[in-house]
Design a protein around this ligand. Sequence first.
Ligand SMILES: NC(=O)c1ccc[n+]([C@@H]2O[C@H](COP(=O)([O-])OP(=O)(O)OC[C@H]3O[C@@H](n4cnc5c(N)ncnc54)[C@H](O)[C@@H]3O)[C@@H](O)[C@H]2O)c1
Length: 352
Amino acid sequence: MKKLKLIQCGVGGFGRGWALQHTSTSPDFEVAAIVDISQAALDDVGGAIGVDAARHFTSLEAALEAVEADAVLTVTPPAVHVKHARLAFARGLHFMTEKPIAGTLADALEMLALSRSAGRQLVVSQQYRYRPAMVTLRNRLRAGAIGELGHGHIDFYIPADFTGTFRETMEYPLLLDMAVHHVDLIRSVTGRNITRVMAQSFRPAWSWYRHDPGLKMLLDLEGGVTFSYSGDWSARGRVTSWNGSWRLQGPEGSLHAENDVVSLETCQRWSKEPTRQEFANDTTARDPQGETLHRFAEAIRTGVPAETSGADNLHSLSTLIAAIESIRTGAPVMVADVIARAAAVPAEAGVG
Ligand SMILES: NC(=O)c1ccc[n+]([C@@H]2O[C@H](COP(=O)([O-])OP(=O)(O)OC[C@H]3O[C@@H](n4cnc5c(N)ncnc54)[C@H](O)[C@@H]3O)[C@@H](O)[C@H]2O)c1
């Protein structure tokens, strides 16, 4: 099958791995050009993947003038995503972005509108959906291992040090940069959207982040399921996996994902010795990022939106925006109200 031509924006940071391990080795795409505001990043990655200097650009505008392409991938800071989406859709190209889809809900809605009017695919690389433990948890829950889900919880504790990147100074770093994976996973694993959010964030005294790396959330899911979330990106001591530690509770027992091992525990009422069963992890055909990239190609070829399309992702981003509103007001926030308010605000002049 003919490879699709891809422009990759952002080849420093996480984009370096995208280029070396995914876009340059993809059976679906060939790298038509690389874009980064850092010449050093262009030189480094261009040399490593064999994209010559004539196809290195310091802006997406310049790349689009110079090379033919079918699609754009952006692995840049969240505030940049909307700018790259505007340029890609204006040229009739398909667009995949790293998470979070955008820095604001208004930007995400604009990206969605532009993809629809251009008739092109908008995909968000929510690759955690394809991590083996999360695929397994989803499959076991959907297969009825604990009966109908009643409630759930995630703990996330990793003392991550991102000094020197945008996370060091951004507001709500855990919520916006990391918990977006967990919120998206809650939706993917349970098959339910989040309807209402109550959230608090905090900055522990020892934290090296400028803003709050600590977060507590109480979430209502469709169908009356309650979910809680507790995390700190500056917590030294016992760590969880990047997926977090999960407990899903149903009438028949509890499903767990801890250190990426999925298990089922069942017992009679008050039994002190539950029966524990560990599952071998299920996998997707490719590693998680390779899977999102392949699904992007499939969406382009078939015209059928990917599982992690922009439209789907609106539910994940709007949950984060609802959480910020709840943190600021101290009150619970309905996710549907957040989407309705953002959609009612007219687009900026010159946009769309
Ligand atoms: N899915 C995951 O597991 C995961 C992990 C890490 C990062 N990410 C996401 O990837 C994106 C990038 O994060 P990062 O950690 O690589 O950030 P980073 O700051 O380390 O790197 C960003 C790169 O983009 C370049 N850049 C900045 N503005 C640009 C512009 N206007 N045009 C072209 N290049 C530009 C920078 O020079 C740099 O090379 C973010 O959206 C982040 O949330 C996802």
